[in-house]
Design a protein around this ligand. Structure first.
Ligand SMILES: [Zn+2]
Length: 464
């Protein structure tokens, strides 16, 4: 009962904050940007970037020496010339100069946390305005699929909505304020799947929000029961979406799957459109793609982003471990938002095969096709050219299946890599309820661009 009351309060308050005339106004303003030409987008970006850089120079000691007397039209130039690329390690090492207020959060700011799946957890100060803008950007994406406020949706992410040890339904919470069924992803197990599937079938939501891994688990449970649901839209986010996951989700949920790329640091946001293209949202952040030396590249490189909307802690030229490339041309959807290729698994998750060659996670998935008796798997690099494939088996998983998997890897992925299959009882999710399919436990040699080392020599500002 107390958890029910807590949920009522939590989602009631959240709806009050997020769904009001002001939030509808924000969404409509963002939707108008979809009709802008490339030139108009450039002008909008110049204005937003100028504002962020002015705030950063005024509030963060790391940038206090940079002159502020430049016009919006020069903002992108100033960014590249005067602001070094920083990374997560810079934020840890230089908290006193890269966080506002010397690293002490103000009471009116909220705290964002990275889950630590890619290493050390990180905290980010967020303004209330940035939280509301985030919501508006997400809703703009939902509208691309035809989902509007008032329609029924289900959510299958990390929300703890019932006790983790609950053994009887409900394994969900009905948020009446947003017509949203929050399903406990921790109860997506053989033992509780029937109850969850029945509830979803009865509800008939227009849309499901999920992690790729949780939607895929649901699809797998449906497949093993020979069942299907009819949920027209599935929005995935927060993890890479592998092709084999997308295919099974689309098939078993009868869904159009639309993926979204974002991160806790909120320095880049890309959304998949009706035509399957991933568009960087140019009114969300200033996104660059750079090579290993920090220079802009048209080839594959690291995503570097500068916030437009979180002025509580202006992250400028923050480098992520994600890699992608710009795609040329104009999308059939008509939006002039730039397109990128699929975002590769995180740098920390990249693994190598024989000869030290990088191995694509998407290619790796081919080795698992046609293997029915696996509940969950994980591929870990444990040494040079040495992988451990961890398998949580279903009844019927045999030595022949193990051999088939090894043969598949040698046949479809890498002929010479050493592969060992290890059978496990479970493969745990992280505390945030996420799951990493490809992990590298063989410490790679990593190099990062340091903030301070790259600090340019610019005369102190005379205007501030
Ligand atoms: Zn498009």
């Amino acid at each position: 009962m107390t958890s029910l009351l807590r949920n009522e309060l939590r989602f009631g308050t959240r709806a009050l904050l997020r769904d009001n005339p002001l939030s509808h106004w924000r969404l409509r303003a963002l939707q108008r940007n979809e009709a802008l030409t490339r030139d108009q987008i450039d002008a909008l970006q110049a204005r937003l970037l100028h504002k962020t850089l002015q705030t950063a120079i005024a509030r963060l000691p790391c940038y206090a020496h940079i002159a502020r007397d430049f016009a919006p039209a020069a903002a992108a130039d100033v960014l590249r010339r005067a602001f070094p690329i920083i990374g997560k390690e810079s934020l840890h090492a230089r908290r006193d100069s890269l966080y506002p207020n010397r690293g002490d959060k103000q009471p009116w700011q909220t705290l964002g946390r990275t889950s630590g799946t890619t290493g050390t957890p990180l905290t980010i100060f967020r303004s209330v305005e940035s939280l509301l803008m985030e919501q508006a950007f997400v809703k703009r994406h939902w509208a691309w699929g035809g989902f509007r406020d008032g329609m029924v949706r289900a959510t299958l992410r990390g929300d703890l909505v019932v006790g983790i040890g609950a053994a009887k339904p409900p394994f969900w919470f009905w948020n009446r304020y947003n017509r949203q069924l929050l399903v406990s992803s921790r109860h997506l197990t053989e033992a509780h799947a029937d109850a969850i599937i029945e509830r979803l079938a009865q509800l008939g939501p227009a849309m499901l929000q999920a992690y790729p891994s949780t939607a895929f688990t649901l699809a797998g449970l449906l497949a093993r029961r020979g069942r299907r649901l009819h949920i027209p839209l599935v929005f995935t986010a927060s993890e890479p979406l592998y092709p084999h996951q997308r295919a099974l989700i689309a098939d078993r949920l009868g869904a159009k799957v639309m993926d979204m790329y974002g991160m806790a640091e909120r320095v880049a946001f890309a959304t998949e459109c009706e035509h399957g293209q991933l568009h960087v949202n140019p009114d969300y952040a200033f996104v660059e793609i750079v090579d290993d030396d920090g220079r802009p590249t048209d080839g594959e490189g690291y995503v570097v982003g500068t916030t437009f909307h979180n002025h509580a802690m202006p992250l400028v030229r923050y480098r992520l471990s994600d890699r992608t490339r710009w795609l040329p041309g104009q999308c059939a959807c008509g939006r002039a938002f730039p397109m990128i290729g699929s975002v590769s698994g995180k740098f920390e998750d990249a693994i190598t095969g024989s000869g030290g060659a990088p191995v694509s996670a998407s290619v790796l998935t081919f080795a698992f096709k046609g293997l029915e008796n696996i509940r969950k798997s994980q591929v870990a690099q444990v040494g040079p050219a040495s992988w451990e494939v961890r398998v949580v088996p279903l009844p019927g998983f045999s030595y022949a299946d193990q051999q088939y998997l090894v043969d598949n890897i040698h046949r479809l992925v890498d002929p010479h890599v050493a592969v060992k299959v290890v059978v496990k009882d479970d493969l745990p999710n992280t505390a945030a309820g996420k799951f990493r399919w490809v992990v590298n436990e063989y410490a790679p040699d990593r190099s990062h661009t340091e903030c301070i080392a790259a600090m340019p020599a610019t005369p102190p500002s005379s205007s501030s």
